[in-house]
Design a protein around this ligand. Structure first.
Ligand SMILES: C[S@@+](CC[C@H](N)C(=O)[O-])C[C@H]1O[C@@H](n2cnc3c(N)ncnc32)[C@H](O)[C@@H]1O
Length: 264
């Protein structure tokens, strides 16, 4: 019995360590490697391989994996966004998803926007493979969708052209100097009265969770911690003229959905 338990524990440790090593290699490890090789000039140099290599995209994009990464708060966060979209009148308007995301957030957001009357949903991402992968997930809505390879920090989308803009967990992956630029662009493309829906990490209240979260960012996602202080999205958005924000925090403050409204 004791031997069986020991083997089981050892197997669990090996699986967890292997998973952590895989994610490290595909996230921070890859960025460190690019830095060491002097390959950080390209506009997509900050993008992890799990978002650019089609095999890796397909390997990782499973709802249970994605839900677990967000501590099983994924559905709740998406619901906060879709609830907000459902309360908008988007008749004859356009919605925008700024950067693709794993899991079912895109189909849920597109459905909410179309149910609220939107005539078209634009998906913009810097990586063509992500757009191709999303196209497969959004096949049911094909005639209402437009896919554009675009950079969130300097978008092709005209000024004041969309009524809802959804940005799901992009900000924490951008180098700090690009976070403000992405938010300025997200606001620029919004029509007066339009809303930006932002899903992100937030500084948790209990110290244990804060310590675990801090370790996670230090190891895997070096650009994420700044959202706790120097690059708080609400501070950055409210510093822009005509923007007001509501912040909803969930799971002891570990995650947030910010809904920013542009004045009419
Ligand atoms: C939204 S973020 C991370 C989402 C989250 N981890 C998830 O998938 O649930 C990942 C996406 O952002 C895209 N991306 C990263 N930097 C970008 C940029 N500057 N402009 C547009 N898309 C970008 C990546 O190509 C990838 O598709």
């Amino acid at each position: 019995m004791a031997t069986w338990l020991t083997y089981s524990m050892a197997a669990l440790v090996v699986v967890l360590a292997g998973t952590a090593l895989f994610f490290f290699t595909m996230t921070r490890g890859a960025l460190l490697m690019r830095g060491a090789m002097g390959r950080l000039q390209h506009e997509a140099a900050h993008v992890y391989p799990i978002y650019s290599n089609m095999r890796l995209i397909r390997l990782v994009d499973y709802q249970p994996i994605i839900a677990a990464i967000l501590l099983f708060q994924y559905s709740r966060l998406v619901s906060l966004i879709t609830h907000g979209i459902n309360h908008m009148d988007l008749r004859g308007k356009q919605a925008l998803i700024t950067s693709c995301a794993f899991g079912n957030v895109m189909p849920r957001v597109v459905k909410a926007a179309l149910d609220s009357g939107a005539t078209q949903v634009v998906v913009a991402d810097i990586i063509q493979n992500e757009l191709d992968h999303s196209k497969r997930k959004l096949g049911d809505y094909a005639d209402k969708m437009v896919y554009v390879q675009d950079n969130a920090i300097g978008m092709k989308q005209p000024d004041a052209s969309v009524s809802a803009n959804i940005m799901f967990f992009l900000l924490h992956e951008l180098p700090h100097h690009l976070k403000g630029e992405a938010l300025r662009e997200a606001v620029r493309v919004l029509q007066p009265g339009g809303k930006l829906f932002l899903g992100e990490f937030h500084k948790p209240r209990p110290w244990v969770l804060r310590a675990l979260s801090w370790t996670y960012f230090k190891v895997f996602e070096p650009y994420g911690l700044a959202l706790w202080n120097t690059h708080d999205p609400v501070d950055m958005l409210e510093a822009m003229p005509g923007i007001t924000c509501e912040r909803h925090v969930v799971f002891f403050g570990n995650f947030q959905v910010v809904i920013a409204t542009k004045a009419d």
